[in-house]
Write a protein that binds this ligand. Structure first.
Ligand SMILES: Nc1ncnc2c1ncn2[C@@H]1O[C@H](COP(=O)(O)OP(=O)(O)OP(=O)(O)O)[C@@H](O)[C@H]1O
Ligand SMILES: [Mg+2]
Length: 422
């Protein structure tokens, strides 16, 4: 237990390790409210009980506003004070636990969670770091489905100064308008038929943290207007409420739509678009950084080895070629799913083209070619395809084999058979 005779002394002793503060209102050098304010700024988790011998409602209200845990009048009953201290200590313990849990929850979302060595991904990581370093500016994430918008939103939050505060996320297309509005802004009791109790919205719960608004392109115009007002004023009213509620929240919005096109079509408010577009981050499609495919494949193999308790060492060169030659319309998500399926099917130590059967056959014979009425010369077709694969792979036999779902021996045999030059 630490004791201090003046505000200055108390302030100097206040640091890590203090779990609870009893603070007199009248101090020789200053008043309790000033010290309370400073302590709350240093460590908002520590409960401060203010003690005073004269009742003054205004001071009490001010103390509670500044975050005092309790306001006790002297002389006080020792039993009451003991109970109060027990409650306050429990509060400290819980607050610290929540903080630690939040921090550990965020540990997987460091900058390194964005995997890839290409200049494209390197630039993306740099951009994310810069954005995370900005205090609270709004971020707009765009990019096709499966490119990592959710991931980047979390990395921004958990690498920012807001990391120990909440990360809340909501998918704007998942809820009907009225529900989405009350989820976001909260409502007062009786605001609508089902509103039996007052409810805090996501923006309030996330105070100090980040709100991720996914699929923002699907938000209805009425809510777009309300969100715009919040972004401009940093305050809002609960549904059915009259008081302005002020919060400090970073909004990260994401969409896989072309928002500018939506603006032109009159489906998305241009003023909201500009307000959201303060820090735009465009996530590249996987085909734009196909050189990261091997790195990503390795990353997911490691992950699934752990999850499935397997010991897959990697992929064969032929399989690598299949993966690199593929167009990845579903981006990193598709790649992850494909690796997951292959690892469940694989029998060998390395993943082979046949483990990626769905990719190979999905692209070739089964779906792409229909036998013409006049039939084909299979030998000629084979020759032509082998030759095309060699051309596309710049003469690299392993890559060409991958494009055809073969191994190197199989393609070598055909190169010789057809007298092709590699
Ligand atoms: N660069 C990357 N490094 C590691 N994992 C990634 C990367 N990009 C995406 N992922 C992973 O791919 C999967 C899909 O990513 P995510 O859910 O973030 O995509 P999205 O852009 O939000 O897609 P949608 O528009 O469909 O919501 C997730 O498992 C994510 O962790
Ligand atoms: Mg997403």
């Amino acid at each position: 237990m630490l004791e201090a005779g003046t505000g200055q002394e108390a302030f100097e002793q206040f640091g890590a390790g203090v779990d609870l503060v009893f603070l007199d209102y009248r101090l020789p050098d200053t008043d309790g409210l000033t010290i309370l304010k400073e302590m709350k700024r240093l460590d908002g988790d520590v409960p401060v009980v203010l003690l005073t011998s004269f009742v003054n409602v205004e001071t009490a209200v001010e103390a509670m506003k500044l975050g005092a845990f309790h306001f006790a009048n002297k002389p006080f009953n020792l039993d009451e004070i003991a109970a109060l201290a027990a409650r306050a200590l429990e509060t400290t313990r819980l607050r610290r636990e929540v903080r630690q849990l939040r921090a550990s929850e965020g540990r997987p979302f460091s900058l390194q969670a964005i995997v890839g060595q290409s200049p494209t991904i390197e630039a993306l990581r740099q951009m994310v770091a810069k954005v995370a370093g900005s205090p609270g500016s709004t971020v707009l994430l765009t990019g096709e489905s499966g490119t990592g918008k959710d991931l980047v939103a979390k990395v921004i939050h958990y690498t920012s100064a807001r990391a120990s505060r909440p990360f809340m996320n909501i998918t704007c297309s998942a809820l009907p308008e009225q529900l989405l509005e009350s989820e976001l802004f909260g409502h007062e009791r009786g605001a609508f038929t089902d509103a039996r109790m007052q409810k805090r919205g996501l923006l309030e719960s996330a105070d100090g943290g980040t709100v991720f608004l996914d699929e923002i392109g699907e938000m209805v115009p009425a809510l777009q207007a309300k969100l715009l007002r919040f972004l401009e004023e940093k305050s809002f009213k609960r549904v059915g409420g009259a008081t302005d509620i002020r919060v400090d929240v970073r909004v990260v919005a994401a969409t896989n739509r072309d928002l500018e096109a939506e603006v032109e079509k009159g489906r998305f408010r241009s003023d909201l678009f500009y307000r959201l577009n303060v820090l735009p981050i465009r996530l590249p499609a996987l085909r734009e950084h196909a050189d990261d495919v091997p790195t990503l494949v390795g990353f997911f193999i490691d992950n699934f080895n752990r999850e499935f308790k397997k010991k897959i060492l990697g992929v064969t060169p032929a399989a690598q070629a299949v993966l690199q030659g593929y167009g990845w319309p579903g981006n990193v998500r598709e790649l992850r799913n494909v690796v997951e399926r292959a690892m469940l099917l694989a029998e060998g130590e390395r993943l082979e083209p046949r483990d990626f059967g769905a990719l190979v056959s999905g692209r070739s014979s089964a779906d792409l070619f229909d036998l013409p009425a006049a039939g084909v010369n299979l030998e000629e077709l084979e020759r032509s395809l082998v030759s095309q694969a060699l051309k596309r792979s710049g003469g690299n036999q392993t890559k060409a084999a991958g494009l055809l779902g073969m191994n190197r021996d199989q393609i070598r045999y055909r190169i010789e058979k057809f007298g092709l030059t590699a």
